[in-house]
Write a protein that binds this ligand. Structure first.
Ligand code: NAD
Length: 354
C-alpha cells in the first residue's frame, strides 16, 4: 500500500504534528507551509523531502496531500480547513475547532459537501496515561462517574502576549478555550460523554488587561476562568483554567474523577507519574498506580496515519470539536450574562449537537 501524503500548515504547534508524521514510516511529508521563513526553514530541515511554501493554496495545488494538519491561529482554522477539504484532503485540525460555533458549523457543512473528513487534535486523549484511564473507565472500574474536577492553571504564561491569542476576534477566547478545552474534553471523555445541560462560567482579566494597557497591545479575553457544568445524568464537573494568576507553581495540572466504585487522581501535575486509581475490591478500598509504560504511546498525527490507511476510527473527531465549541460558547455566554445558562432551554439547536 502507498504511503499517506501529509502536509502541515502552520509551524508553531505544527512542528509537533510534523514530528508525529515523521515518526510513522507510512507517512510521506510532502508539503510544509508557514508565512514565517525561519519557521519554514526549521521544518524543512527536519523534513528535507518536503517542499516549503508560504502560500497554502499553492501547496495544495502542487503537493496534492491526502491529509493536512491545520495548526494556525484559531480564526484561520475555518477558511484553511475548508480550502483543504475542497482540494480533496482530510484535515487534522488543531483545537479549538474554530473561534466560534457558527464557524465550526460552516466547517461541518464543508465536510458534508466534499465528503472529506475533519479530525481533531484533542491531544490529551493520545497520552498513554489518559488512554489507560479511559480503558479503566470502559472496564467499569469507576462504576458510574458522578463528578470530575480539573485544573490547568498557569502563574504567568499568556501565550504570544500582544498577538492573536489575546484577541477575542482572532482566538475566540482566553485560557478557558485554549487550555481549559483539553481538560473539559478529557473529563467528558473519561466520564463516558454525559450530555451537559446547564453551565456556569466566570471569567477574569485582572492581570492581562492592565498589562496590555501598559504595553500598548490588544488583549480582550480572560486570563482566568472557572466553571461548573451539570449533566443530564446528574453528574457534575468543576474546572479552572488560567494563563495568569498568583500561585506557587508556574503551571499546575490536576484531575480527579469520582465514581460509584472507584476514582482517579492525577496528583501534582506530574502526569504519567502520579496517576492513582482508587477502587474497591470486595468492599475493601485500594489505591493502585496506573502502569502505563508498556502501552502504545503514539501521538495524534502518528496514529492518524494508521487510522486513515487502515480505515480505523480515530480517537477525536469533528463531532468532539463541535461539542467542545458548544460547551465553551455556553460558558462564555454565562460569564457575559453573570448567570447560569441552560443549554437545553436557551440554545436547543446547539443542545441537539451535544
Ligand atoms: N493541541 C495542543 O496541545 C496545542 C498546543 C498549542 C497550540 N495549539 C493550537 O495550535 C494552533 C496554533 O497555535 P500556535 O501556538 O502554534 O500559534 P503560533 O502563533 O505560534 O503559530 C501559528 C503559525 O501559523 C503561521 N501562520 C499564520 N497565518 C498563516 C497563513 N495564512 N499561512 C501560513 N502560515 C500562517 C504563523 O507564521 C505561525 O508560525 C492554535 O489553534 C492553538 O490553539 C494546540
Amino acid at each position: 500500500m502507498e504511503n499517506l501524503r501529509c502536509a502541515v500548515i502552520g509551524l508553531g504547534m505544527g512542528m509537533g504534528h510534523l514530528r508525529g508524521y515523521l515518526e510513522n514510516p507510512r507517512a510521506e511529508v510532502v508539503g510544509l507551509v508557514d508565512l514565517d521563513e525561519e519557521r519554514l526553514a526549521r521544518g524543512l530541515k527536519d523534513a528535507p523531502g518536503a517542499k516549503g511554501y508560504t502560500d497554502f493554496e499553492k501547496m495544495l495545488r502542487e503537493c496534492k496531500p491526502q491529509v493536512v494538519s491545520v495548526a494556525l491561529p484559531n480564526f484561520l482554522h475555518e477558511p484553511v480547513t475548508i480550502a483543504c477539504l475542497e482540494a480533496g484532503a482530510d484535515v487534522l485540525c488543531e483545537k479549538p475547532m474554530s473561534s466560534s460555533l457558527a464557524s465550526a458549523l460552516r466547517m461541518e457543512q464543508a465536510v458534508e459537501k466534499t465528503g472529506k473528513r475533519i479530525f481533531m487534535n484533542l491531544s490529551q486523549r493520545f497520552k498513554k496515561e489518559n488512554q489507560a484511564a479511559r480503558e479503566l473507565m470502559e472496564s467499569g472500574a469507576f462504576g458510574e462517574v458522578y463528578h470530575a474536577y480539573t485544573e490547568w492553571t498557569r502563574r504567568d504564561w499568556i501565550p504570544g502576549f500582544g498577538g492573536w491569542f489575546g484577541q477575542k476576534e482572532l482566538s475566540g477566547g482566553g485560557p478557558m478555550l485554549d487550555i481549559g478545552i483539553h481538560k473539559i474534553d478529557m473529563a467528558l471523555w473519561l466520564m463516558g460523554r454525559p450530555k451537559p445541560v446547564t453551565v456556569s462560567g466566570i471569567t477574569h482579566h485582572q492581570r492581562g488587561m492592565p498589562l496590555a494597557k501598559k504595553e500598548g497591545v490588544k488583549f480582550d479575553v480572560e486570563d482566568y476562568a472557572t466553571g461548573f457544568v451539570r449533566f443530564e445524568n446528574g453528574a457534575s464537573l468543576i474546572f479552572e483554567a488560567s494563563w495568569a494568576g498568583y500561585q506557587q507553581t508556574y503551571s499546575q495540572e490536576s484531575f480527579k474523577l469520582i465514581g460509584t466504585r472507584g476514582g482517579l487522581e492525577i496528583a501534582e501535575g506530574k502526569q504519567g507519574l502520579d496517576y492513582i486509581y482508587n477502587h474497591e475490591v470486595n468492599g475493601v478500598p485500594l489505591a493502585s498506580r496506573l502502569v502505563c509504560d508498556k502501552m502504545e504511546g503514539k501521538s495524534s498525527t502518528e496514529s492518524l496515519v494508521d487510522c486513515i490507511l487502515d480505515d480505523k476510527p480515530f480517537r477525536a473527531n469533528m463531532e468532539d470539536g463541535i461539542r467542545m465549541q458548544v460547551i465553551l460558547e455556553a460558558l462564555y455566554e454565562s460569564a457575559n450574562r453573570g448567570s447560569e445558562v441552560n443549554i437545553a432551554k436557551d440554545f436547543p439547536d446547539a443542545f441537539a449537537l451535544l
